[in-house]
Write a protein that binds this ligand. Structure first.
Ligand SMILES: *Cc1c(COP(=O)(O)O)cnc(C)c1O
Length: 395
C-alpha cells in the first residue's frame, strides 16, 4: 500500500547522512567526552563541533548552547531555571494560550507553587498581540515565554518585537523555537532572545536530543545535578551520538532551508487550495502567507470527527494528525484551536498535515483524491450535514 507521511511536526525521519555519522560514534568513537584519553578527546571534539553547528543555525556563540534530552527538557530548564534564579526579584510570568504543553504545563506547575501567571490570548489566526504583552507586564514580571511558531496551526509570532519589549523592561525572554528552527531564519541577537529551545527530531535528527540557548550572562539554575557536564547546567554523560547527529542535522537545515521552504510552500498551498475546492464546509485554521510556517496545513472539516478522519486516512496509508500528537487520544479539542475562537464541534473536526523534505506533488494528489471521498462517506452518517445542505440558501 502507498504510504504518505504528513506528520512532520510530530517527528521527522533521521536524514541518512545524520544516521551514518551517528553510527560511528556508537561503535568506533564511543569514548566519554569527559575522559582525557584519545577516545574521550575525539568524542569531545565532535561534541564541540556539534555545539558550533547548533549555535550557527540560530546566530549564537557555541558557549551559549546547553544540550538536553529534547525540547521538553529545554523548555523546563528555561522556565523552572529562570523562576529559581529570579524568585527574589519577582514571581510573575507571562506566556500565551497557544504554547506547547511543555511550556504551558511548566508555567502552571509554577503557578501552583506560588508564582503568578498571565496567559495572553491570541487572535483568530493564532497570533499574539505585542500590545497585550505590554499591558500584562508588572514590576515583578521576571519571565516572558512565547513560542516562535505554533506546532498546530503554524502561526509565526512577532518574536523580535516582543524581544525588544522584554529587553526594555529587563525581563528574561524565552522562546520555544522547536517548530521554526530549520524552517525559517532565527537570530537570537536580532530577536533579543535570552533563552531559546530547539529539538533535534523535528529537523531530521535523532529523538531524545535538544538544546537550550542561554545568552551569555543570563543565569539559569540547573534541574539535573551530578558530574557537572555542560558547564554544570546539565549534568550526566552527554548523548554523544545523538548530539553529533543533531549538529549535522542543523548544518543540513541551514544549507537546505530556502530550498525546503520553497518546495513546501508550493505543496502546502496546493493542498490547502485543493481541499477548499473539493470539500464544502471547510475552514483553514491559522494565517495565510508570510505569517504561516511553510509546511503547515490545518483545516476544520464540519460535520465529521477529526479522529474518524484520521483513522480513515490511516487505512489508506496517509499519516496526519488532529491537533498535537500529545493530545490525540484524548477527546478534548485542541487548546490552540479553542484559543483561536473555534467552537468545540468545529475544533473536533480538525486535521493537521505537516509537510517534509520527502513529500512530492504525487503525495498531495493522493490526499486530494482520497480525502474528499472519506469526508463524503463520513458525512452520509451526519444528520447535521443533511440539514445543512438542504437548508435554504441565505439571500
Ligand atoms: C515537539 C515540540 C516540543 C517538545 O520537544 P521534544 O524534543 O519532543 O521534547 C516542544 N515545543 C514544541 C513547539 C514542539 O513542537
Amino acid at each position: 500500500m502507498r504510504r504518505v507521511y504528513l506528520d512532520h511536526s510530530a517527528t521527522t525521519p533521521v536524514d541518512p547522512e545524520v544516521a551514518d555519522l551517528m553510527m560511528t560514534y556508537y561503535t568506533e568513537k564511543y569514548g566519554n567526552p569527559s575522559s582525557v584519553h584519545s577516545f574521550g578527546r575525539e568524542a569531545k571534539q565532535a561534541l564541540e563541533e556539534a555545539r558550533r553547528q547548533v549555535a550557527e543555525l540560530i546566530g549564537a556563540a557555541p558557549s551559549e548552547i546547553t544540550f538536553t534530552s529534547g525540547g521538553t527538557e529545554a523548555d523546563n530548564l528555561a522556565i523552572l531555571g529562570t523562576a529559581e534564579a529570579l524568585r527574589q526579584k519577582g514571581k510573575h510570568i507571562i506566556t500565551s494560550a497557544v504554547e506547547h504543553h511543555a511550556v504551558l504545563e511548566t508555567c502552571e506547575y509554577l503557578e501552583k507553587n506560588g508564582f503568578a501567571l498571565t496567559i495572553i490570548p491570541v487572535d483568530d489566526e493564532g497570533i499574539i498581540s505585542v500590545e497585550a504583552i505590554k499591558e500584562a507586564i508588572r514590576p515583578d514580571t521576571i519571565l516572558i515565554t512565547i513560542m516562535h511558531a505554533n506546532n498546530e496551526v503554524g502561526s509565526i509570532q512577532p518574536i523580535a518585537e516582543i524581544g525588544k519589549l522584554a529587553k526594555e523592561h529587563g525581563i528574561t525572554f524565552h522562546v520555544d523555537a522547536v517548530q521554526s528552527c530549520g524552517k525559517i531564519p532565527i537570530n537570537v541577537q536580532k530577536m533579543n532572545v535570552d533563552l531559546l529551545t530547539v529539538s533535534s527530531h523535528k529537523i531530521y535528527g535523532p529523538k531524545g536530543v535538544g538544546a537550550l540557548y542561554i545568552r551569555k550572562g543570563v543565569r539559569v539554575v540547573p534541574l539535573v545535578h551530578g558530574g557537572g557536564q555542560e558547564k554544570k547546567r546539565r549534568s550526566g554523560t552527554e548523548n554523544t551520538p545523538g548530539i553529533i547527529g543533531f549538529g549535522k542535522a542543523c548544518e543540513l537545515a541551514s544549507q537546505r532551508m530556502a530550498q525546503d521552504a520553497q518546495q513546501q510552500i508550493k505543496l502546502r498551498d496546493k493542498l490547502m487550495n485543493g481541499i477548499l475546492q473539493k470539500i464544502d464546509f471547510v475552514k483553514i485554521n491559522g494565517p495565510r502567507g508570510e505569517k504561516r510556517l511553510p509546511n503547515n496545513v490545518n483545516v476544520s472539516i464540519q460535520f465529521v470527527e477529526g479522529e474518524s478522519l484520521l483513522l480513515s486516512l490511516d487505512m489508506l496509508g496517509i499519516a496526519a494528525s488532529s491537533g498535537s500528537a500529545c493530545t490525540s487520544g484524548s477527546l478534548d479539542p485542541s487548546h490552540v484551536l479553542l484559543a483561536m475562537g473555534l467552537v468545540h464541534e468545529i475544533a473536533h473536526g480538525s486535521l493537521r498535515f505537516t509537510l517534509g523534505r520527502q513529500n512530492t506533488e504525487d503525495d498531495i494528489d493522493y490526499v486530494l483524491e482520497q480525502l474528499p471521498r472519506i469526508v463524503e462517506r463520513l458525512r452520509m452518517m451526519s444528520p447535521l450535514y443533511d440539514k445543512a445542505i438542504h437548508a435554504p440558501k441565505a439571500q
